[in-house]
Design a protein around this ligand. Structure first.
Ligand code: RFL
Ligand code: PHB
Length: 392
């Protein structure tokens, strides 16, 4: 097999890239190790920056997003009986976010790609790359029990955090910045009426978050230990912790329902640089991950793809590699700002096991400051809706 751009991974990064390249008349093939059903059902992110929504519109894939997505103008932070209201359109120039499940985006992008005649090979697992320092790199993959190859002009490594692309960059070239937080998130989907506001909570017993997926589907999270097991969390324990941490001790506010899904996610920041090596370009979780507190992972994958698609299109149209050469540097500027913000929100809202009395007081003082200062709330608002793009 031969194509211009070989894309590994049919997550948001790989799928957005495939649609952008396809629109520009550039041939590409997407290889995905899992089945179509598996990637369409994987429950993950839910908060879209306005730039992510704009890109969906631009690509003509926002019809269902506008019908079923929930524009969200506010987020709340609860602590010690107080509620900090962060009113996004007031604090940013008229902006807000949209709540729409990542798996719904993935469904919409897969449907559009296939309808437009593009190819996605499911259950095709990339096993290695060769010739990255030549003009004809090759992806080796297994499909239907056979070893196959895909020769390309460029390889886009969109294969997530546990993919094969990042490890092919030699260790002496790749620098890794890593921080593991001493907790995880237990997330559930529940058939129950959600809170009207996206509500984050800092509580003595740990962090909690009340989000949603539809008017009848709640998405709820509680801080747990990093090596925790869902077996330690029977439904009653989850509801008890949610009521307490969200400040609903009287159990009148948070509606309970049947729990459809339960999973634990570690909280970790990880950045690898550079994001390119020879003819391989990494994008999204393949290159960096952030703790979910900032709601940024998916949005950051999308901003990498904006930069990468523009650089590849310029190369194929004009022969200029100038944008490709500065791909990593361009992306990393934004990535570090998002890592900073995600670290700030994570540090602000969680209980740290070794937290000193001093550190706890600083955390509470920061929350009091946010309660009373529109300037402090603006810094959260402008990061939450998405920082402006700096690339010319
Ligand atoms: P993905 O989605 O992991 O996709 C990578 C794809 O590559 C495939 N793959 C391979 N295919 C072929 N050969 C191989 N060898 C392969 N190895 C892997 C995988 O099967 C997969 O289909 O990465 P991508 O596209 O970079 O997208 C990143 C996002 O998925 C991720 O950052 C977000 O989900 C993070 N995240 C959130 N981001 C937000 O912007 N807003 C949020 O509200 C938000 N909440 C969250 C989150 C992530 C969470 N979890 C579970 C990690 C909440 C949670 C709980
Ligand atoms: C979600 O709805 O899944 C969600 C919302 C906000 C976050 C993380 C996840 O910070």
């Amino acid at each position: 097999m031969r194509t211009q751009v070989g894309i590994i991974g049919a997550g948001p990064a790989g799928l957005f890239l495939s649609l952008l390249l396809q629109r520009a008349g550039i041939d590409c093939v997407v290889l995905e190790s899992r089945s179509r059903e598996y990637v369409e059902d994987r429950v993950r992110a839910g908060v879209l920056e306005h730039g992510t929504v704009d890109l969906m519109e631009d690509l003509g894939v926002a019809e269902r997003l506008h019908r079923e997505g929930m524009p969200d103008p506010r987020l709340d932070i609860r602590f010690n009986g107080n509620v900090i209201h962060i009113d996004l359109p007031v604090l940013t120039p008229g902006r807000m976010v949209t709540v729409y499940g990542q798996q719904e985006i993935v469904k919409d992008l897969i449907a559009a790609r296939l309808k437009r005649g593009g190819s996605i090979v499911f259950e095709a697992e990339a096993t290695g790359l060769s010739g990255l320092d030549t003009n004809q790199p090759t992806i080796h993959f297994k499909h239907a029990g056979k070893d196959e190859t895909l020769t390309c002009d460029f390889v886009a490594g969109c294969d997530g955090f546990h993919g094969v692309c990042r490890p092919t960059i030699p260790g002496d070239v790749l620098k890794v910045y890593d921080r593991e937080f001493p907790f995880g998130w237990l997330g559930i989907l529940s058939e129950s009426k959600p809170f009207p506001e996206m509500s984050y909570a800092n509580h003595e017993r740990g962090f909690a978050l009340a989000s949603r997926r539809s008017p009848r589907l709640s998405r709820l999270y509680v801080q747990c230990t990093p090596d925790d097991d869902v077996a330690n969390w029977p439904d009653a324990r989850i509801w008890d912790e949610l009521h307490i941490r969200l400040g609903d001790e009287g159990r009148t506010e948070l509606a309970e329902g049947r729990i459809l899904q339960k999973a634990i996610t570690p909280c970790r920041s990880f950045v690898s640089a550079p994001m390119q090596y020879g003819r391989l370009y990494l994008a999204g979780d393949a290159s960096h991950i952030v703790p979910p507190t900032g709601a940024k992972g998916l949005n950051l994958a999308v901003t990498d793809i904006r930069v990468l698609s523009r650089a590849l299109i310029e190369f194929f149209k004009s022969g200029s590699a100038a944008r490709l050469e500065r791909y990593s540097a361009t992306c990393l500027k934004r990535i570090w700002k998002v890592v900073r913000y995600s670290t700030y929100m994570t540090t602000l809202l969680h209980r740290f096991p070794q937290q000193s009395a001093f550190d706890r007081q600083i955390q509470l003082a920061e929350l009091e400051y946010l309660l009373n200062s529109p300037a402090a709330r603006t810094t959260i608002a402008e990061n939450y809706v998405g920082l402006p793009f700096e690339e010319e």
